[in-house]
Design a protein around this ligand. Structure first.
Ligand code: EPZ
Length: 432
């Protein structure tokens, strides 16, 4: 089992370049099979979730050519099956975007029903609401979502809750439907906009992405395209918070500062220095940070995917802070691990009450999920002594070259097999 070993106490210094956005790439790869022509996608992050989705579309017959580490060509003309197996879906929930793209293109899709995951139940009802509003029949049978439509006609959908996944999935199904579709209470996240822009580059007619009303005029077919994915706002936020946690000075490059405004605002509020440039932000911290209150909200609010990183930073801030998680019902599992490092955090229902402590101390901790795991690495960066973060495969699902990028910023961190006691001993001697 691979793990990170971190020696805390070193300020991160230097520059880090952010990769393409995982959550945009997943929707875009699903959309790519909606044309019979070839699409070329650049700035694709080299992470496990993307590899699994590419395997899933290859399995049903799409042609996938990895041009280089971060560029892929996809051709969906030879798709021979509309059935996506559970072994892909169990690994990444976002395989469910193939329901929208296969239904939109072939009027048929059978995709294993995604299970819940470690942060909550992850319902699918709004996706189904969107598909049914377009005239599809959707059944959950033998653990699969079976969607079929004799024809797809534009509809008017008012989502009961703002859902990134349901917005993207319905957009996929609607772009080849007859007539106009209106999505109300649509998600406004940057990755929704990126998927819409990609579909428009293929000849779709989508207006209003990034607002809460999206209008889609169905077109007869989609054509090939060349597209580059936007930078990952959560990876960027994670490195901004790593700079702050380690009392460092880091230039985070290849970002869209507007996408980071909620994170920047909170860092400024607690006393960090943040400078915005055209496509980078610089975060500097010297001295103890202050406290604040945070509520996670849909974009442009403070995003739930940065909640663990925020709570971790506040665990050593001066004073009492409150973090309220309004999106998922079980996204504080990492707090038990922080407690083992000396944090003083009380979780009541969806709220964490954080009493800032003077310092954290290194311990063996377990990554419970992707963002919780990243937060534990930040805790290790600022803790006294050595921290071992186990279950790093969670973290590698969403962060490209995570420990390498941290090492380039001066962090004392290695990835090592838990059995490799020689390498662990060598590292500990080297950094002690
Ligand atoms: C996307 O998940 C992201 N995943 C998540 O990132 C992110 O946390 C989430 O959006 C919120 O921003 C991908 O994009 C692959 P939602 P998604 O549908 O689409 C409820 C990460 O760390 N809901 O916006 O599944 C749901 O329970 C991952 O990269 C319904 O009730 O999230 C939640 O409370 C974790 N019915 C809220 O909406 C539905 O049909 C928001 O969920 C769908 C959702």
């Amino acid at each position: 089992m691979e793990q990170y070993i971190i020696k805390g106490g070193k300020p991160l210094m230097g520059e880090v370049t952010i990769s393409g956005y995982k959550n945009a790439a997943l929707g875009i790869i699903a959309a790519a099979i909606m044309t019979d022509e070839t699409v070329k996608i650049e700035n694709v992050p080299k992470i496990k979730d993307i590899d699994i989705l590419l395997q899933a579309i290859e399995k049903i017959g799409a042609k996938v050519d990895r041009i280089n580490r971060n560029t892929v060509k996809i051709n969906g003309s030879k798709i021979s099956s509309l059935k996506v197996d559970f072994d892909f879906v169990r690994k990444i929930r976002a395989s469910y975007y193939l329901v929208g793209s296969l239904l939109g293109k072939y009027k048929n899709a059978q995709v294993a029903f995604p299970g819940g995951c470690n942060i909550g139940s992850r319902p699918f009802d709004q996706h189904i609401k969107g598909f049914e509003a377009l005239g599809a029949k959707v059944k959950i049978e033998h653990g699969s979502i079976c969607a079929h439509a004799d024809e797809l006609k534009g509809g008017h959908i008012y989502f009961d809750c703002t859902s990134v996944g349901a917005t993207i999935n319905t957009m996929l199904a609607a772009c080849l439907a007859d007539g106009q579709t209106i999505l109300e209470n649509a998600a406004k996240e940057p990755h929704v906009v990126d998927v819409a822009n990609f579909l428009n580059s293929m000849g779709a007619n989508i207006k209003g992405a990034g607002t809460d009303i999206i209008r889609i005029k169905g077109v007869p077919k989609l054509h090939g395209s060349e597209y580059s994915i936007i930078p990952d706002q959560i990876e960027a936020g994670t490195f901004m918070f790593a700079a702050a946690a380690s009392q460092g000075d880091v230039l985070v490059k290849n970002v869209i500062p507007k996408h980071l405004e909620a994170f920047t605002a909170k860092l400024l509020e607690i006393g960090a220095e943040v400078q915005e440039f055209d496509d980078s932000v610089r975060v500097r911290v010297s001295g103890r940070l202050g406290n604040t209150h945070v509520k996670t909200l849909v974009y442009p609010g403070f995003l739930t995917d940065m909640q663990p990183q925020m709570t971790t930073l506040l665990s050593v801030s001066k004073g009492t802070s409150i973090v309220t998680e309004n999106i998922f019902e079980n996204r504080f599992k990492y707090v038990d691990e922080l407690t083992r490092m000396g944090a003083n955090i009380k979780v009541e229902s969806n709220t964490a009450i954080i009493e800032g402590v003077d310092k954290l101390t290194g311990a063996i901790v377990n990554a419970p999920d992707l963002r919780g795991g990243a937060a534990l690495v930040l805790a290790g960066l600022m803790a006294e002594g050595f921290t071992t973060v186990e279950n790093v495969e969670y973290i590698e699902r969403g962060y490209e070259n995570f420990e390498y990028k941290m090492q380039q910023l001066g962090a004392d961190i290695i990835k090592v097999d838990s059995e490799d006691t020689k390498a662990i001993r060598k590292f500990k001697l080297k950094v002690s």
